[in-house]
Design a protein around this ligand. Structure first.
Ligand code: SAM
Length: 237
């Protein structure tokens, strides 16, 4: 079926996808850090939400020892184009499930439960209300000791202050992205204003819908953080 909404069209446009994947590459040491934060192991059922071309999954399949590699890996994305790249890279692993669906159509049809979840730069595509709906649907698919690593736009000021923060944010982003800022600038500013990044308290409200509380925050900039969430009792900060 040919996608009709603008977001799906964008992520199914080969030129857009190629440009994105070329510009936003990740070094293996970053993937190693995500692996550590999630404490991946062989008993895990791992879910990558909005996996894109599957670089993290590729890293997991090729770099983790058998005792660190999850027993199942589920890759979800609505982009046929991105998942095609993941299929080409993967070696037909029997423990890898590739699901081509929008987040809001994943449950309740999907039968599995997950205890380790990763979402990088993907959930900001859902607006606040849809995020809450999604997390409510996700809740029954979590085990009682789930860890969820979100790497996304997290404003450390109220979202309503975004306009007044713009020049400071651009200055900070130009330092953080360095030489690549000029090429990334239009995407990043588009994400800030046209997509749905949240401030920390809004992300907390969204994750609470699935019973997940913030366990650890790794601040990168005032607009970007890694947030580790857990549903274990007493894990909140
Ligand atoms: C910015 S890319 C990030 C890809 C990957 N997580 C990474 O870090 O490289 C966002 C991905 O989320 C996917 N995506 C966006 N909205 C989605 C939705 N509602 N349902 C499923 N996938 C979605 C896009 O197709 C795209 O592959």
């Amino acid at each position: 079926m040919v996608p009709t909404d603008p977001l799906s069209q964008m992520w199914n446009d080969p030129q857009y996808v190629t440009r994105y994947n070329n510009i936003y590459t990740t070094a293996n040491d970053q993937f190693a850090l995500y692996t550590q934060m999630l404490a991946l192991d062989a008993n895990d059922d791992f879910l990558d939400l909005g996996c894109g071309c599957g670089d993290f999954i590729h890293y997991i399949c090729n770099n983790l020892s058998p005792n660190a590699r999850p027993r199942t890996i589920t890759a979800v994305d609505q982009s046929k184009e991105q998942l095609q790249l993941l299929r080409q890279k993967s070696g037909g692993e029997s423990d890898l499930y590739i699901v081509e669906k929008p987040f809001l159509e994943l449950f309740p049809a999907h039968p599995h439960r997950f205890n380790k979840i990763f979402a990088r730069a993907s959930l900001h595509h859902l607006n606040f209300e849809d995020k809450k709906i999604f997390f409510r649907m996700l809740k029954p698919h979590l085990t009682p000791s789930t860890l969820f690593l979100l790497y996304d736009m997290v404003f450390e000021f109220p979202l309503s202050h975004l306009d007044q923060q713009l020049s400071q944010l651009q200055q900070e982003a130009s330092i953080y992205y360095g030489e690549s800022w000029e090429i990334k600038k239009s995407d990043i500013v588009h994400t800030w204003f046209q997509e749905y990044p949240e401030d920390l308290s809004d992300w907390q409200e969204v994750f609470a819908e699935a019973g997940l509380q913030l366990k650890q925050r790794v601040r990168i900039t005032s607009f970007l953080s890694k947030l580790l969430w857990s549903n274990e009792v007493g894990c909140g900060r």
